[in-house]
Design a protein around this ligand. Structure first.
Ligand code: NCD
Length: 318
């Protein structure tokens, strides 16, 4: 059965439980002795990574995941210039060709809904690695894995998202995933704070979903305060997505910086997350604080993507 990952909506309690279980096994050492891997496939299993936007963590961790599983990778890290896009080829035509050379296509593209167009024509799973300011579902997967690993017994967490809520696709995917899991066995978060300037607020479709799923949330527009962080188990920082702003207005970033003082007022066992790359919102001086969790979070991307690739392969064999 062909399954694409275009949005976090493609995940459910059943497949997430499967993927998280396997991701944990990879993390705990199965990397060296994989019980299931592409090494045993009847022919080489190949992942194409097709990135029309820059990436460090997402592309490298997907490629590393594939290689650790014994698979092969074909790749272009700058598809705008180094694929036939520059000769005017449409995304759909590129996908129709690349699906004949590969078993998965990991796609990052500057346009929202580009993955839907790709998924419509592809005969192999398309994995959305970020579609403009739309979604970034595999980032939400590793974010939720990180939260559950760090707080295994908690179902009452408060998470505070800070930054560019309008254009930050990692926020969109994680908010949507948390909303859709509300009331299920994977429920972890009971309150969401959305902190950012008014003109860069969370798109209505996500706040509507939070309301529909009965998730308690607050939109906070002035700045990031002690009051808010001292009641947060997770502070999820994000950078300003300047490349997507066009003429959307001025973003005063100085109001949305997680200073050392603010970190001091966070609970002892709370964590700071960030999808990275960071700008000034996350000063380097807090890296040594035990609550700084973003590099661990990035590392989890490898294990989660290994588990996701294996899951999609198993599903496609059925
Ligand atoms: C994010 C992305 O590309 O959306 N990075 C990532 O994949 N870890 C965040 C960002 O670019 O700000």
């Amino acid at each position: 059965m062909l399954q694409h990952i275009t949005s976090v909506h493609d995940f459910n309690v059943e497949n997430l439980t499967h993927i998280f279980g396997h991701a944990l096994m990879h993390k705990l050492g199965d990397i060296l002795r994989p019980t299931n891997s592409f090494k045993f496939a009847s022919k080489p299993v190949i992942m194409a990574s097709l990135f029309y936007e820059p990436s460090t963590r997402t592309r490298f961790s997907f490629e590393s995941a594939m290689k650790r599983l014994g698979g092969e990778v074909i790749s272009t890290e700058n598809a705008v210039e180094f694929s036939s896009a520059i000769k005017g080829e449409t995304l759909e035509d590129s996908i129709r060709v690349i699906d004949g050379y590969s078993d998965f296509i990991v796609l990052r593209h500057p346009e929202e809904n580009s993955v839907q167009s790709a998924a419509r024509v592809s005969t192999v799973p398309i994995i959305n690695a970020g579609d403009g300011s739309g979604e970034h579902p595999t980032q939400a997967l590793l974010d939720l894995f990180t939260i559950r690993e760090r707080f295994p017994d908690r179902k009452d967490l408060t998470i505070t998202f800070v930054g560019d809520l309008k254009f930050g696709r990692t926020i969109h995917s994680l908010v949507r995933l948390l909303a859709e899991l509300n009331g299920t066995s994977l429920e972890t978060v009971v309150h969401i704070n959305l902190v950012g300037p008014k003109e860069f607020g969370t798109p209505k479709k996500y706040t509507d979903l939070l309301s529909k799923e009965n998730v308690s949330f607050a939109e906070i527009q002035d700045n990031i305060t002690k009051d808010v962080v001292e009641k947060s188990d997770i502070v999820y920082m994000t950078r300003v997505q300047r490349e997507r702003h066009g003429n959307s207005g001025f973003f005063d970033q100085s109001m949305f910086i997680l200073t050392k003082d603010l970190v001091q007022s966070m609970p002892k066992d709370s964590i700071i997350m960030h999808p990275l790359p960071r700008n000034i919102e996350l000063p380097r001086e807090i890296d040594t604080d035990p609550r700084a969790y973003y590099f661990e979070q990035a590392e989890n991307g490898l294990y989660v993507r290994m588990a996701l690739l294996m899951y999609l392969y198993e599903v496609s064999e059925k």
